[in-house]
Design a protein around this ligand. Structure first.
Ligand SMILES: [Ca+2]
Ligand SMILES: [Ca+2]
Ligand SMILES: [Ca+2]
Length: 184
């Protein structure tokens, strides 16, 4: 896949949301830290089944990510390794996307969606994106406004569609491109 300048900016932004401790590399610790922050933000005990499933999904995501990106086998992922793997179709691709992403998103929703109706309030969306990915409240509220339905709720399906646009849309007018806030 060709990495356009726009996609490059999005991948750099996504990379930063993975790099919880901000040291310029994605490591296992980034995932465990962000995961713990998230379940704590929603008041879940460490042994709550929802928390356990969420951490399992997160660590599965890390294992997959490191196995396909870590070319120099140093146990951490540089932004170049991440970009190269994406360009080579080793990460999200349009074909594998829904199947690959849905189990993770379901685990996120189990933690974040308090009443279990498959839709997030703006407060829930601000909380999980802030805890897991370090999004600012302003960015999270902005994208929730763009993606939510007439009742002000954001559904799993709308979120999945937006994530798909984030990775594969080249049209800045499509809301999903701004899922992680500003790209600067
Ligand atoms: Ca890091
Ligand atoms: Ca590496
Ligand atoms: Ca809900």
């Amino acid at each position: 896949m060709e990495i356009t300048a726009f996609l490059e900016r999005k991948l750099a932004r996504r990379f930063r949301t993975y790099d919880t401790d901000g040291d310029g590399f994605i490591e296992r610790e980034d995932f465990t830290q962000a995961g713990e922050r998230t379940t704590k933000a929603f008041g879940l005990a460490a042994d709550d089944p929802k928390a356990v499933r969420f951490h399992d999904q997160l660590l599965g995501l890390w294992e997959h990510l490191v196995s396909v990106t870590d070319q120099d086998s140093d146990g951490r992922i540089s932004v170049d390794e991440y970009r190269t793997a994406f360009a080579n179709g080793m990460l999200e691709t349009p074909e594998s996307f829904d199947k690959g992403y849905l189990p993770f998103l379901d685990a996120v929703m189990a933690v974040a969606d308090g009443d279990g109706d498959g839709k997030l309030t703006v407060e829930e969306h601000v909380k999980w994106t802030g805890a897991l990915m370090g999004l600012s409240e302003r960015d999270a509220r902005g994208i929730h406004d763009l993606l939510s339905d007439e009742d002000g709720l954001l559904s799993t399906q709308a979120l999945l569609a937006a994530i798909r646009e984030f990775y594969f849309s080249e049209d800045p007018a499509e809301a999903g491109n701004w899922l992680l806030g500003s790209l600067d």
